[in-house]
Structures are given as structure tokens and as C-alpha cells.
Design a protein around this ligand. Structure first.
Ligand SMILES: [Zn+2]
Length: 73
């Protein structure tokens, strides 16, 4: 994993179907998110939430930073 990347998303394909997304953040491999809506992983180093959001013909991979004094994600 090259150090110059803050975050990395490896999207795994099997016969053109996405099976999962492996997330790396802060140099740590956090694991694999299942390709399902609102699946997510939290980086233990920086606290960033990495989430996958599926929509009708596309999907997003989002980062949400923790904000002090705000419990909402
Ligand atoms: Zn991180």
C-alpha cells in the first residue's frame, strides 16, 4: 500500500458483479465492506466513516469525518 494515499478503495469484481469494497485508511487495511446500501467501516486512527451508498443506477463511496459536538453522521 503506497503511503502517499490517505485512503484507498479496492472494488472487487466477480463476473462483472461487485462483491465487496476493501477499504484502506491511514495506512491500515480496515477490511471489506459488503456491496450493500449503508455498509460501512470506521478507521480506528482518524475516525473517518467510510460508507457505500447504493442508488438506482450507481453507487457512492463516502467519507464522513467525525465532527466535535455533533453526534449525527
Ligand atoms: Zn484513517
Amino acid at each position: 500500500m503506497p503511503k502517499e494515499y490517505k485512503a484507498d478503495y479496492r472494488v472487487n469484481l466477480l463476473k462483472a458483479n461487485i462483491t465487496g469494497i476493501e477499504v484502506t485508511c491511514c495506512g491500515h487495511h480496515l477490511g471489506e465492506m459488503r456491496f450493500q446500501n449503508n455498509e460501512g467501516l470506521i478507521c480506528p486512527v482518524c475516525g473517518t466513516h467510510h460508507t457505500v451508498v447504493l442508488q438506482h443506477n450507481h453507487f457512492h463511496i463516502r467519507q464522513n469525518q467525525p465532527v466535535k459536538g455533533d453526534d449525527k453522521i
